[in-house]
Structures are given as C-alpha cells and as structure tokens.
Ligand binder design. Structure first.
Ligand code: FAD
Ligand code: MG
Length: 385
C-alpha cells in the first residue's frame, strides 16, 4: 500500500483564513486528483462567495473520497456457480476490485444457462425459431467456441447443452440415462448447426431442442477480461483464479516463478499432487473428472462429455492441464484435449504455438509437454517425462 501525506497550503476555512490541511492519499489517486487540486487553487484566488462555497465543497469531497478508498489484499465472490478470487499485489483499492467483479458478474449474466435473461438462454429458447441478437462479448465467445469445435473435430462442442441436462451431473437430478435417451439427445448435438451473423451479432441454433452451454470456455474468457482491466489500471502483479481457471499477471519480485498447485484428482479441494512454475502473463486451466461427478456401481460419471457417444469422456485420463497465453484458449483446450485423450490431444497441442499440456492418468502417472515446469510432491504418483 503506498500512502502519502500531502499538504494543501492554499486551503482556507469558511472565514477565508488559511488552515493547515494535510491528508493521506494513495499514489494511484494522485493523478486523478491533480486536476481537482489545480481547480481548487484557482478558486482560492477568487473573491466570489459562490466559488468559496464551491471550494469548501470540493475539499470536503476530496477528504471523503480519500477516506472511502480502502485497499484489499484479495477478494473472493461467487460467480459461474463457483468461487472467484482476485489477488492484486499492488494498488488493490476497493474501486478496482468492484470494477473487476462487476465485469465478471456481467459475463456470468450474459453467458449463463442458469439465468433466464442471459444471451445464452435467449439463444436456447429460440432454437429452431429465429436468430437472436446478443452482446458483442457473447458473440465473440461463441465464435471462439465454434473455432475450437472445428479445431478439435467436435471433441469440444458448445452445443452439449442437451447432454448436460440429460445427465444432470452437478445438479440434484443425477441420472444414468437409457441408451435410447442418449441416442435421441445426440441428434441435437452438432456445432455446425450454429449459425453466426457477425454483421448483427446474431446467433441461431437451427434445430429446435438444441442448446448452447459455454461452461467449458466462458470462465476462461472472464479471467482474460479481468486481466485486461487489471493491466489497464496499471497494476503490474496479480493472480486471478476463477474456479480453477488461473491467470498470473506480471512477475513476482526477483523473478521468482509463480507456483500453481495441481489438484489431486481423488482428494478434497486444494490438496495438490505438485505444482507448475510459471514466469509471467500465463493462463493455467485444468479439466478433471473430480470437478463434478457421481459414482454408481464403482463407475465415475463426470461432467466432461464425449459428444460422439453421449457419455462422460472415458479414456485413461483423470485430468488435463493446459498452459497458454490466454485463459479462454486454455479453458477450451483443456476440455477438448481431455475428450480427445492423450495421443490425439498431444497432436492438437503440438500444432498450437505457446500451448503446453500436462496429463494425469488413471494409473497415477503424469506426462507433460516439454515446456511445462512441473514438480511432483505426491509420491503416490509418478512423473514419466
Ligand atoms: P471444463 O472442462 O472447462 O468444462 C466442463 C463443462 O463444459 C461441463 O460442465 C459442461 O457444461 C461443458 N462441457 C462438457 N463437455 C463438453 C464438451 N465436450 N465440449 C464443450 N463443453 C463441454 N454452475 C452452477 O452450479 N451454478 C451456476 O449458476 C453456474 N453458472 C455458470 C455460468 C457460466 C457463465 C459458466 C461458464 C459456468 C457456470 N456454472 C455454474 C458451471 C460451473 O462453473 C462449471 O462447473 C464449470 O463451468 C465447468 O468448468 P470446469 O473448469 O470444471 O470444466
Ligand atoms: Mg474448459
């Protein structure tokens, strides 16, 4: 926290006598307020009663403004149905936290399937009926989702909505659907039936009953949006964690790398199997079988679906972590690569510049691409690189 004691030599009281006015303020506010203090000085030279009253009012406002601008080391709020934590390592004023979280809530309100008035709900409710004009940010995320659907040959598919509803994983109605129900639902899952019109930011799902679900990409987009606000505020160091979608902004002092823990797939939250070291301005996102699941007859049914057969993706993986330049790309890729599995997932990652991957397998082995700096701390796992 940088607090400065500043004198105002030209401050006058109500009888026009000079008073000593010394106030504490933040360095980051200095710039914003310099214009105001200049106008106060100008006003001080005037004899108008009106201007003297105005000057008193402005000074009072400055004092109130300073005393209201608290700082916070970190803030957690719930959005996207999960805990979202932002840690600003400098200039963490209440105002900037408010700004970041209002952006996060705005994205939640636009892209959630759980909010009736969201863009995504409106698109879904008009499936097979008519195109829906959406906010440019919603359009951008859907465009990107369609891009990753094409890139992963449909392993990532934002039209998984009907499957998510059918299985109800993470909701009260946990259910193993019949093969007949799955087959019927699969006829609605096809990303190429999303029509996008960039001229009007309109989205149309061509088949009635289709529905979009941006659960595998929108948190990443929100993490990038938060990082953008933080950068624009001139803050050099921050940690963003939106329910496991992590973005590290800037460097730690002395260039000590950031250490981001990798969740133990079978233990409770925040128990880790090791950590990945990151230098700066990187996103790290994990998709795993432990996030939302239920177990029936010793089979784990989780929330990442294979759109080609309608079942939770069943390969030899427990989790996939992607490190990339943006959290949106890392988010979409972690889901896509999880569904593709190790071999096909590796092929995809090798063709994407600046993307790295880490795979945790059911046999408790771990593999990474060459650019991942991973340290194993749980010796019940083996690192096979
Ligand atoms: P990821 O692998 O990143 O994503 C898995 C999710 O993506 C699944 O849950 C499913 O929704 C979807 N998906 C599954 N398979 C595929 C596939 N093959 N291709 C593409 N997508 C797939 N949860 C709540 O409980 N309450 C809420 O109010 C709520 N609101 C949300 C609002 C928004 C805008 C978003 C983005 C999510 C919300 N969630 C909510 C969902 C919750 O946070 C999810 O658990 C989370 O998005 C899943 O992320 P993940 O990182 O665990 O897994
Ligand atoms: Mg994802």
């Amino acid at each position: 926290m940088e607090v400065i004691l500043r004198n105002f030599p030209n401050a006058l009281d109500s009888k026009n006598k000079k008073i000593k006015l010394r106030i504490l303020y933040h360095r980051e506010l200095q710039l914003k307020l310099s214009g105001v203090s200049r106008s106060i000085n100008t006003i001080t030279n005037s004899s108008s009663v009106f201007l003297r009253v105005l000057r008193g009012f402005l000074i009072l406002n400055i004092i109130l403004f300073y005393s209201c601008s608290k700082t916070e080391p970190s803030r957690t709020e719930t959005a996207f149905g999960t805990a979202c934590t932002i840690t600003l390592y400098e200039h963490g004023s209440t105002g900037i936290y408010n700004e970041i979280f209002s952006k996060i809530h705005q994205i939640d309100n636009l892209m959630s399937i759980n909010i009736l008035s969201s863009d995504v709900s409106r698109i879904n409710n008009n499936a097979g009926i008519e195109p829906v004009q959406v906010h440019e940010e919603t359009f951008k995320v859907i465009e990107r989702a369609v891009y990753y659907a094409g890139l992963s040959d449909g392993a990532f598919d934002p039209t998984v909505g009907p499957l998510v509803n059918l299985w109800g994983i993470g909701k009260g109605n946990r259910n193993i659907p019949s093969q007949n129900e799955i087959d019927k639902t699969l006829t609605l899952i096809n990303w190429s039936n999303i029509e996008l019109d960039p001229k009007t930011n309109s989205v149309f799902l061509t088949q009635s009953g289709m529905s979009l679900d941006l659960g595998a990409i929108a948190k990443g987009y929100a993490a990038d949006a938060a990082a953008q606000i933080i950068k624009e505020a001139g803050i050099k160091r921050a940690l963003i964690n939106l329910g496991g979608d992590v973005y590290v902004l800037g460097e730690k002092p002395d260039k000590i790398p950031w250490k981001i823990g990798i969740q133990h797939p079978y233990e409770e939250r925040n128990v880790t199997i090791g950590y990945v070291q990151l230098q700066k301005d990187k996103a790290l996102v994990t998709s795993g079988v432990y996030e939302r699941f239920f177990i029936r007859n010793e089979i784990r049914y989780h929330h990442i679906f294979n759109p080609s057969n309608g079942y939770p993706a069943d390969n030899n993986l427990l989790s996939v972590t992607i490190i990339a330049q943006t959290a949106m790309n890392a988010d979409a890729l972690s889901t896509a690569v999880f569904v593709l599995g190790y071999e096909k997932g590796m092929e995809l990652i090798k063709n994407i510049p600046d993307a790295e991957a880490m795979f945790v397998f059911k046999d408790r082995s771990i593999r990474t691409t060459s650019g991942v700096n991973f340290t194993l701390t749980d010796n019940t796992f083996t690192f096979k690189n």
